[in-house]
Design a protein around this ligand. Structure first.
Ligand code: PMP
Length: 485
């Protein structure tokens, strides 16, 4: 079979056998698909030899580029030792080394900027338990629980938070608080705390009850306020919910600083810190879902560092292995961990774990990925790239159909609107984001939108030159699609 025939055969087989995620397969079957066969640095290559700039970091996971020697070598070395053994009843070398490294890196980052929170006064009304139940604030995250992907790291945090209160003897805390526009993954627990109707509404009958607070989406403020003059009214709304229901709420889950899949919605300054303060005040645990934001994406190692916030749980995945292997962790405090200690018969055990939990190959990749942050001074080198991105965003905002631009670090969104004055959005069915992405793809850049939001999230290692090229192509695509129709 010639190479050309083989490629066509692959396309046929893909269409015959694969059900692609988040994809309307009817359209997929009608369209020409791109099949990737190779990657290098910030580029991916299809089977016909065309190279594309990887503008979404292979779905927000790639950090140091593709085929990074250090990570390739770490995996190969580990393959020669053992590829998998279980963490149920056994341990393994890379999992132990990685856990130590993560605890060090996470606490270094999160205490760098942490103001010492004083315990806010608790009014009699919302109180439960006594002073003895006051938790230690700003406790370091000292324990690492492994799982496989972002959704499972969230499931772990939700279940742990729930059982923490049970083990402590508080039975009423049976629900969670989350935000509109939140995205925490696709498993049922993660969907229950999600807030994106297009993705989540269909599953409503299956989901557990949660409380929802407004999204800190200043461009389209749910409360009809204007940012800066609003004194963070969304926090007042949040406090009302906490005040009325904290007895039922085990934890609040939040994507710190930016609601990513919700449309790259960056939260206003002080919001995250406000959330932490309120949750502490009402004895509600905080789950920081840094699956998307972790590992440098926001310009800091972790997004919580921007506001000096120490959560009770930290969910990490995606960038943890530099985009090589599925791996996730949920970190928590001694306080939470200790609540699960007891006699065998007490059933305080955390009965949760997956087959590939703590996979040695993935942990070896993660160790190499973390080492590269130091070796290559990744965060320091990001500063210039963030400046380039921010200057570009400022210019892009002048375009006729760009309503808002948002970024934190190297995570950015450009919100396209039909009418800039009224902020009228394009109809979902118009697929404007997709049209821009297709235009960019025809010009050698791969991006994936979120509705009308064009997402820009290249690997952190992208060169300034390639970043500029990426942005040029995206700009032409936005103009080509929105102004030259
Ligand atoms: N949390 C956040 C904040 C995410 O952005 C995502 C994925 N985009 C997830 C959880 C789920 O991660 P995964 O797709 O690896 O399950």
């Amino acid at each position: 079979m010639s190479i050309l025939d083989e490629n066509e055969h692959l396309e046929k087989l893909d269409k015959k056998y694969i059900w692609h995620p988040f994809t309307q397969m009817k359209e997929w079957l009608e369209e020409k698909s791109v099949i990737i066969s190779e990657g290098r640095d910030c580029f991916i290559k299809d089977i016909y030899g065309r190279w594309y700039l990887d503008g979404v970091s292979s779905l927000w996971v790639n950090i140091h580029g593709h085929r990074k020697k250090e990570i390739d070598d770490a995996i190969k070395e580990q393959v020669d030792k053992i590829s998998h053994s279980t963490l149920l009843g056994l341990s393994n070398v890379p999992a132990i080394k990685l856990a130590e490294k993560l605890v060090q890196i996470v606490n270094q980052s999160l205490t760098r900027n942490t103001p010492s929170l004083t315990l806010p006064p608790r009014g009699g009304g919302q109180g439960w338990g006594g002073d003895s139940e006051r938790r230690t604030l700003n406790s370091e995250l000292t324990k690492v629980f492994y799982s496989d992907d972002g959704s499972t790291s969230v499931e772990v945090a939700l279940k742990m938070a729930f059982q923490y209160w049970k083990n402590k003897g508080f039975d009423g805390k049976n629900t969670f608080l989350s935000l509109n526009n939140a995205y925490h993954g696709d498993t049922i627990g993660a969907v229950s705390v999600g807030g994106i109707d297009i993705f989540h509404k269909a599953f409503e009958p299956l989901l557990f009850k949660t409380y929802r607070a407004p999204s800190p989406y200043c461009y389209r403020c749910e409360l009809g306020k204007k940012h800066l003059g609003c004194s963070l009214a969304c926090l007042d709304k949040l406090e009302k919910i906490l005040k009325a229901h904290s007895r039922e709420i085990a934890a609040m889950i939040i994507e710190p600083m930016i609601q990513a899949a919700g449309g790259m919605i960056t939260s206003p300054q002080g919001y995250l810190k406000g959330v932490r303060g309120l949750c502490s005040k009402y004895n509600v645990l905080v789950i920081a879902d840094e699956v998307a934001t972790g590992f440098g994406r926001t310009g800091r190692m972790f997004a919580c560092e921007h506001e000096g916030v120490m959560p009770d749980f930290l969910c990490l995945s995606k960038g943890i292995t530099g985009g090589y292997m599925p791996l996730a962790v949920t970190l928590t405090t001694n306080e939470v961990y200790n609540a699960f200690l007891g006699e065998f018969k007490d059933l305080k055990t955390f009965f949760h774990g997956h087959s590939y939990t703590g996979n040695p190959l993935a942990c070896a990749a993660a160790i190499a990925c973390l080492d590269l942050f130091e070796k290559e001074k990744v965060l320091k080198k990001l500063k210039g790239k963030i400046k380039i991105l921010e200057a570009w965003l400022k210019k892009i905002l002048r375009l006729k159909h760009v309503g808002d631009v948002r970024n934190i670090g190297l995570m950015a969104g450009v919100e396209l609107v039909k009418n800039k004055k009224t902020k009228e959005p394009y109809d979902w069915a118009e697929k404007m984001g997709w049209r821009v992405a297709n235009h960019a793809r025809d010009n050698g850049v791969f991006i994936r939108p979120l509705g009308n939001v064009v997402v820009i999230m290249p690997p952190l290692s992208i060169s300034e030159q390639n970043l500029k090229k990426l942005l040029d192509v995206i700009k032409s695509a936005i103009i080509g699609v929105t102004e030259k129709r």
